[in-house]
Design a protein around this ligand. Sequence first.
Ligand code: HEM
Length: 493
Amino acid sequence: MSGNTPNILTTANGAPVADDNNSISAGSRGPLTFDNFRLMEKLAHFNRERIPERVVHARGSGAYGTFTLTKDLSDYTIANFLQGEGKETEVFVRFSTVGGGQDSSDYARDPRGFAVKFYTEEGNFDLVGNNTPVFFLRDPSKFPDFVHSQKKNPRTNTPDASAVFEYWANHPQSLHQSTILMSDRGIPASYRHMNGYGSHTLSFWNDQGERVWVKFHLKTDQGIKTLRGSETAGLPAYGAQEDLVNSIDAGDFPSWTVKIQIMTETEARTYRYNPFDLTKVWPHSDFPLIEIGKMELNRNVDNYFAETEQSAFTPSNLVPGVGASPDKMLQARLLAYPDAQRYRVGVNHQQLPVNAPKCPVHHYQRDGAMAGMVKCPVTGHAANQGSGANFFPNDRAAEGAPVPKPSVMEPPMPLEEDAWVGYHESRDEDNFTQAGELFRIMTEDQKNQLAENIAGGLSQASESAQVRMLEQYAAADVDYAARVKKAIEALKA
Ligand code: HEM
């Protein structure tokens, strides 16, 4: 007898299956017997097909591609993937909606996640951004409250516009981002037709130990395309997923022009806005966009669950030359994401092919569920580090035991002068100027769309929430408030 050929149906342990349509039973009408362990394997595995969906950004689409550097950045950073024009780095990108579960629609009025994993030669760098340059919060302690208010009502299990506005009425720092969300940009027509933003301030540092602050922007080469709420009604829930897969399959590869803004540490100390406040942009007139590369998506995933669902992006995936910043939101995200992924995918999620770095990984972490899933692509060692030393310091450097590389030490992060540890209230920060500036550059049609989109939800909120929201809009621009008020009255008429 010869062994299995690829077309032989087997159990998970590789044994050929004689009959996959009928269970073993005592007689043709009889009950099942204990030797149905092949049936049990099938049912038991089926029972475990789901992993927890992401607590936010549950619904998404992923694809692979290439980032090509068009401007050498060695003056600013030692980051390996940013050295030398023409340098190419493989990427995996996952787009998502935020609030809806996996059962929701691709066409919600919702920010879109835009997460990019750069598989660099010195580890994975993840830019875990959105299609908006700012966010609803500047303090992470509000993230669970904010998300609860935007997701389903705990009793009815349906979306709750009144809770959405109740939260915003109590939280004016959301105004800039909610203005973007409620504008004509609030529903991208597809993932290909939207920009991406790293949103946070990150840092670059060079071989002289000099640091600059940076923001990443990815500008769609397909052009921005959006939908009005009324246009989404008849669209299939999975339309954006289908659009991405079909365009890549057809060889129509979407691309983005990658740009950065740079601010020096000296400029940051005196700039009129807190450069680490995620509710604010750095105006391009003060910090112009500098083009640094092109990102193209050119390969679909082969298996959605293995690659897209189990992909794990985290802002803490940083590489030498790219660092965090004092942004409080970013600081919290550095801890929150790997924690979520240990729960959602497992403690060894970084060993899965989509998450594993393409460079050698050498450390003293060991074991845990599913340890050893992949081998190092370069050394061929099992990911659980084979028989290598499992403690440090040791006397085994000559045998290849990993040692730290002091040359990649990040320069010390500056703190505010006379910084005091405590709860620092930011309620009185300027929450309105940039929202007003955004409103004023909108066309007449965009202003009206904004007012009507807001009125649809705000009219369902309490009188008190409506009053406080109108005060916020007026603080941004009196015309903004007037238009929203008029749109609400038109709905009541
Ligand atoms: C304190 C603030 C925040 C917290 C605690 C937080 C937490 C989370 C968590 C727990 C996940 C699920 C991760 C997973 O299971 O793999 C997630 C996903 C995500 N978040 Fe956040 N988030 C925050 C703010 C932000 C901001 C400001 C942005 C964008 C600028 C953002 C963009 C994303 C994206 C794109 C994903 C999906 C990544 C993917 O495609 O797998 N989040 N967030």
